[in-house]
Ligand binder design. Structure first.
Ligand code: NDP
Length: 316
């Protein structure tokens, strides 16, 4: 039996496509990769899709499609296509390399807030010897993580190892070693009241839109820090700016925005209390992600269940 299968890839530009092709050539030589335009010309042959932002309606025209792989942990870019093919499973990327990278970023962000790295960077840029003492040690600042999934749990473990007390909030109670778990909307105020550095690592769903806004920021202890690394739709930037200006927030590290990129001239670019990064908190390499997709396809073709599926009922 021929092992030839076809996968459409739409995640990055032409150079990225070439890199994907090189990665899969080494991992699964029977898998032919097509870019988006080629796949539309050969739509009857496509077995799998690996996509970040498919053009709406396109995947539904591929009758053989057996599974859609998101090229990132969040599949919100795929869900923008309201005409996705019915019954074709969507697999969310879940790889240890990605959670490790996210954990590193999260620790860097929490430590940057703890040590006021933004103040140091401003002083260095001005050539000033701005001597100051950071008031807290890690063990004095509780990190509260919203979203205790694959990313959140790994961040919790790495933050704990540095010495931060860690608590977490999710829809349902979690059993993460060393992490006090808060569950559901009714527990959110108590969770926020205990949080000195808030980390948002939620998926983009209708429930999480603008979950970080003036009302929720007001539940944090005065002078708390904020790390926004889930999705830009989860925080209202005007409210974050106001909280930074009033001192309600002592600092913020923001990696995700709506829209992206953050528009030129936006006050956050120059804000003395904000660190802005360009949606790079966890960027596993294409080789790491291709490894996951190739292993998953191999398992699927042996009859194994697909892992980490998008669940329309949950919304993520
Ligand atoms: P998971 O699906 O493993 O975990 C999601 C977590 O969020 C679960 O604990 C879930 O709780 C919780 N959650 C979902 N909806 C709600 C809600 N309405 N209220 C409370 N808790 C909720 O996802 P990952 O950890 O793999 O990824 C999380 C997100 O991180 C991604 O969706 C993406 O948005 C973001 N991300 C950002 C990146 C970046 O570079 N900035 C890179 C990668 C991911 P429960 O289990 O109880 O449902």
């Amino acid at each position: 039996m021929s092992n030839r299968r076809v996968m459409v890839v739409k995640s990055g530009g032409p150079e990225a496509f070439q890199e994907w092709r090189d990665c899969f050539a080494a991992l699964d030589p029977g898998l032919e990769l097509l870019d988006w335009d080629a796949a539309l010309r050969r739509r009857d042959e496509v077995d799998y899709a690996l996509v970040w932002d498919p053009e709406p309606g396109g995947l539904a025209t591929m009758p053989r499609l057996r599974a859609i792989f998101g090229s990132g942990a969040g599949v919100d870019g795929i869900l923008l296509d309201t005409r996705l093919p019915r019954g074709v499973p969507i697999v969310r990327m879940a790889i240890p390399e990605a959670t490790q990278r996210m954990g590193e970023f999260c620790c860097w962000a929490a430590l940057s807030l703890l040590k006021d790295a933004r103040r140091m960077a401003i002083a260095q840029a001005a050539g000033e010897w701005d001597y100051f003492e950071a008031p807290y040690r890690a063990d004095m600042r509780t990190v509260g993580i919203m979203g205790l999934g694959a990313m959140g749990a790994r961040c919790a473990a790495m933050l704990s190892a540095i010495g931060f007390p860690v608590i977490g909030w999710a829809r349902t109670a979690k059993d993460v070693p060393g992490v006090e778990s808060f569950a559901g909307a009714e527990a959110l105020p108590a969770f926020l009241a205990r949080t000195d550095i808030l980390v948002c690592l939620l998926p983009a769903t209708p429930e999480t839109r603008h979950i970080i806004r003036a009302e929720t920021l007001a539940m944090l202890p005065p002078g708390a820090g904020y790390v926004g690394i889930g999705r830009g739709m989860q925080h209202r930037l005007d409210d974050i700016l106001a909280a930074l200006d009033s001192g309600r927030l002592s600092g913020a590290v923001l990696d995700v925005f709506e829209p992206e990129p953050l528009p030129a001239g936006h006050p956050l670019w120059q804000h003395p209390k904000a660190i802005v990064t360009p949606h790079v908190a966890s960027l596993p390499s294409r080789a790491e992600r291709a490894g996951f997709v190739a292993r998953t396809i191999a398992g699927f073709e042996r009859g194994e269940t697909l892992p980490n599926l998008f669940d329309p009922a949950r919304g993520y």
